[in-house]
Design a protein around this ligand. Sequence first.
Ligand code: URA
Length: 269
Amino acid sequence: MESAIDAQTLDYHTARALLEWQVELGATEAILDAPFDRYEAPKEAPKMAQSASAPAEHDTPPVAAPTIDPVVEAQSAAKAVKTLEELEAAMAAFEHCELKRGARKLVFSDGNPAARVMIIGEAPGREEDRAGKPFVGRAGQLLDRMFAALDMGREAAQSRDAIYITNVLPWRPPQNREPEAREIAMLLPFLERHVEIVAPDVIVLMGNIACQAAFGKRGITRLRGQWQEAFGKPVLPMFHPAYLLRQPQAKREAWADLLSLKAKLGELS
Ligand code: URA
């Protein structure tokens, strides 16, 4: 909105009176004419200029607007939920991730929540964004074939044969770009709660982004096939099926990892 008042000549008392008037009208938030990227803003708050028109000491000091930390918001939203339905609703109501605005659907999960194996992928792609389900595109079809080779699948009714699938991010990044570290950190509390509620015996981490969420580091070529612990569970990093589509020669390692998964499930049962 164009302002009729010249901001350069506005003195402190007029500005304050105008602000109080806005508050009386019901304004609860100060917004700018143009979008402002707070992630790009300098960490340190700018110093207030000392000028002749600065308020006298007895005037009310300016009140700093409370800053919202999306990670803290996600932590408290995730902590408050007890069921998968509540978790999905809490994620759908989470407004601090820009990805939500560019995505068609929230992609929460697929498969049997009673499964012994939980699979964590990266983020929805175009097909998943349309369907609202994880791993339904070409990579997802390969994932289904990989687990079918172990007589396991997302449709299986028995927890022994079932898989449960989710992603680090529930919204598709624009143009399928790589998730950013701050997006992963912001949505991690929901993923942690997701694992707690599903309580699988083991987790398969598909690719680098799942490893970053679980261990805070990437390096799938070195990490794959090595059982570790994360989210309080045994976890097995594997090559992402999308990588296997590009590098079919890596399917040999993927098969070895699937056999290792089968052996682990046998040990734990
Ligand atoms: N890749 C992923 O990591 N997740 C999906 O849901 C689809 C493709």
